[in-house]
Design a protein around this ligand. Structure first.
Ligand code: ADE
Length: 233
């Protein structure tokens, strides 16, 4: 079974509609829809925006659905790389929490206490499969670091800092927190994000215009991934 997490309704609804024989399980404020897409058993949850919401939903999902073998986070992101445009993709090779700050203790920005590295690594097998899917759909993409924090980034200066400090390709508000939870469960994880804006001073205007299109593109990529999946994960 594959667990799929998206923050906003627009980022998951097209995928939920594709689930055959959907079953709903409600736990607290979370609603998990499970069933089948193609040959893949799936469970999809809308986690809400931000790191706490996404970490909570992922933890509950992994506790409640014991046969999950891979977690996919899908949705939109702010692009930090000048060669990426709206609708293009970033597939995370690693994820970092850009707003986690224990630098007073000599740790790097984003590095958690007790962790050797600030990067949570994504699953290479799933990245390669996603690469094949994106190639097949003729979607432009880059593979690299995604940074997450509890902020919508709409600031040229901050964007420049995220690029130089983390060499990040995209920013969002959930990938790294989901990656952290998956790491603590030893669960393979991948984040696939379509660019809605450039995280620039006027990013929210672009986000308002492109969030739906970018969400739909990320849903098509994940749907294709599920349809192609013959490894019974
Ligand atoms: N998700 C989409 N665009 C974003 C941005 N600019 N900052 C954080 N999360 C985002």
């Amino acid at each position: 079974m594959i667990g799929i997490v998206g923050a906003m309704q627009v980022e998951i609804e097209g995928l939920v509609q594709k689930i055959k024989k959907p079953k709903i399980k409600i736990i607290g404020a979370l609603s998990f829809v499970s069933g089948v897409i193609g040959a893949s058993k799936v469970v999809v949850v809308k986690c809400g925006i931000g790191k706490v919401n996404s970490a909570t939903a992922t933890s509950v999902m992994l506790m409640a659905f014991k046969d999950i073998k891979l977690v996919i986070n899908l949705g939109v992101a702010g692009g930090l790389d000048n060669s990426l445009f709206q609708g293009d993709f970033v597939v995370g090779s690693s994820c970092i929490q850009h707003d986690f700050d224990l630098t007073v203790e000599g740790l790097k920005m984003g590095q958690l206490a007790g962790c050797e590295s600030r990067e949570f690594l994504c699953c290479n097998v799933a990245i390669s499969k996603m690469q094949m899917v994106l190639d097949g759909l003729d979607f432009r993409y880059k593979i690299g670091t995604i940074v997450s924090g509890d902020q919508f980034i709409a600031c040229d200066q901050k964007t420049a800092w995220l690029r130089s400090e983390f060499e990040a390709l995209a920013c969002d508000m959930e990938s790294a927190s989901i990656a952290q939870v998956c790491s603590s469960f030893n669960m393979p994880f991948i984040s696939v994000r379509s660019i809605s804006d450039g995280a620039t001073d006027d990013a929210f205007l672009d986000f308002a215009q492109f969030a739906v299109i970018a969400s739909e593109r990320s849903i098509s990529a994940v749907e294709k991934f599920l349809l192609n999946n013959n490894s019974k994960i």
